[in-house]
Design a protein around this ligand. Structure first.
Ligand SMILES: Nc1ncnc2c1ncn2[C@@H]1O[C@H](COP(=O)(O)OP(=O)(O)OP(=O)(O)O)[C@@H](O)[C@H]1O
Length: 321
C-alpha cells in the first residue's frame, strides 16, 4: 500500500522505497498507519538488518505546529524516565526537502487491536487493570515534564515486541500540549478552547471547550480502563454525536450513576477513582499513588494477580476447544 507522501523526486513513498538519513539507509517495508499529513511505516536498517518504525510528515509551509516536532521534543525528554520506560526510543531522524522523518523503536499491536482479538472483545480484569496501570505510569511521566497528551485511548497504546511483550508504550503526541510554564507554575487557562481528541474518550472539560489539564488525561484514562474490561463497554459507545456523548457522560454522574461501571466486581473501587478525578480542577496535581493503590485493591477484590501472564501472552486455543 502506498501513502500519500512523496519523496523529494515526487515518487510516492511505499514498500520498497529507500530513505536515507545522515547515518543510515532504510528500506520501507509495510505501511502501519496513514493520516492526512503523514504515515508510519515499518522499515529496515539496510546495514544492521534491524526493524524500526518510521513516522513521516509532509513539510507544509502553512502548518504552524509540526506534529512530528512535538513528538521528537517529548520523546527526547522522557526517554530514560524509568527502567521499563513506556516511551519508544528515538533511533534517528532526518529533514528532507519535502518531508521529515523520525525513526523509532518498533512496537507491536495496540491495546485496541489486542482487546478486539479476545473472545468477549475485552481483556480479562487482571490484564485490563495491569495494562491500564502501565498506561497511567506513562501519563504520570509525561505530566512530570509539564505536558498533557489530550488523546488517550486504547489505540494510542501498544505493547512491545520480544522481551518487551509485557511493557505498554504510549504513542502519538501529535496534539500534546505544554501545561506548565516553568517547573511549578501552570499556564493560565484560555477562556475557550476548540474540541480536540477523540469523542469517546474525551473528558467533560473537553466537551465543554475548557482548557485541559492533567486531570483530563486521567479522566480519559479511566474511560480507557472501562473500555478495556467492561463487556458491555462504555455506555456511550454507540453514539457518535459529540453532544449526545457529553449528555450520557454527564448522566453517568447523576441519574445513570452505576451504569458506567455496571458489570464490574470492582465497581466501588473504580467509582472511588472517578469521584477523586471529578473533584480535581485544571491546575491540580494528581495523586497517582492513590490511584495505583486503589487499582491494587480493585485487583484484590476481583481476585486477580497482576503478575499473571497478560491475555496476549497466553496462546489462543484453536476454535472448538
Ligand atoms: N513505534 C511504532 N511501532 C509500531 N507501530 C507504530 C509506532 N508508532 C506508531 N505506530 C502505528 O502507526 C499508526 C499511526 O500512528 P500514530 O497514531 O502515532 O500516528 P498519527 O499519524 O498521529 O495517526 P492518527 O492521526 O491516526 O492518530 C498506528 O496504528 C500506530 O499503532
Amino acid at each position: 500500500m502506498a501513502s500519500e507522501i512523496e519523496d523529494d523526486d515526487g515518487r510516492p513513498i511505499k514498500e520498497g522505497s529507500i530513505l536515507v538519513s545522515a547515518r543510515a539507509k532504510y528500506l520501507v517495508h509495510t505501511l502501519l498507519g496513514a493520516g492526512g499529513f503523514g504515515a508510519v511505516f515499518k522499515v529496515r536498517d539496510m546495514q544492521s538488518g534491524e526493524d524500526f518504525a518510521m513516522k513521516i510528515e509532509k513539510k507544509l509551509e502553512k502548518r504552524k505546529h509540526s506534529k512530528l516536532k512535538m513528538e521528537v521534543a517529548i520523546l527526547k525528554m522522557v526517554s530514560n524516565e524509568r527502567e521499563n520506560s513506556h516511551f519508544v526510543q528515538i533511533v534517528d531522524r532526518a529533514k528532507k526537502e519535502k518531508f521529515f522523518f523520525l525513526v523509532m523503536t518498533l512496537v507491536g499491536k495496540s491495546l485496541d487491536d489486542l482487546k478486539k482479538e479476545q473472545p468477549e472483545k475485552v481483556f480479562s480484569v487482571g490484564t485490563g487493570i495491569g495494562s491500564a496501570m502501565q498506561c497511567l505510569e506513562a501519563v504520570e511521566d509525561l505530566h512530570k515534564y509539564g505536558f498533557i497528551h489530550r488523546d488517550l485511548k486504547p489505540a494510542n497504546y501498544a505493547i512491545g515486541t520480544a522481551d518487551k511483550i509485557r511493557t505498554v508504550y504510549i504513542l502519538d503526541f501529535g496534539i500534546a500540549r505544554k501545561y506548565l510554564k516553568d517547573e511549578s507554575t501552570v499556564k493560565a487557562p484560555r477562556v475557550t478552547v476548540g474540541f480536540k481528541g477523540t469523542i469517546r474518550f474525551a473528558s467533560l472539560a473537553c466537551h465543554n471547550n475548557r482548557e485541559l489539564g492533567p486531570k483530563d488525561d486521567v479522566e480519559s484514562w479511566l474511560y480507557l480502563l472501562v473500555d478495556l474490561i467492561q463487556i458491555s463497554g462504555l455506555p456511550w459507545r454507540r453514539l457518535s454525536d459529540r453532544n449526545a456523548v457529553k449528555k450520557v457522560k454527564e448522566e453517568c454522574r447523576g441519574d445513570r450513576r452505576g451504569e458506567l461501571l455496571q458489570d464490574l466486581e470492582c465497581k466501588e473501587e473504580l467509582s472511588t477513582i472517578m469521584e477523586y478525578i471529578d473533584n480535581l480542577s485544571y491546575s491540580d496535581k494528581i495523586d497517582y499513588n492513590f490511584i495505583y493503590d486503589t487499582l491494587k485493591l480493585a485487583a484484590k477484590i476481583c481476585k486477580v494477580d497482576l503478575e499473571d501472564p497478560y491475555d496476549w501472552e497466553v496462546p489462543k486455543k484453536p476454535a472448538g476447544q
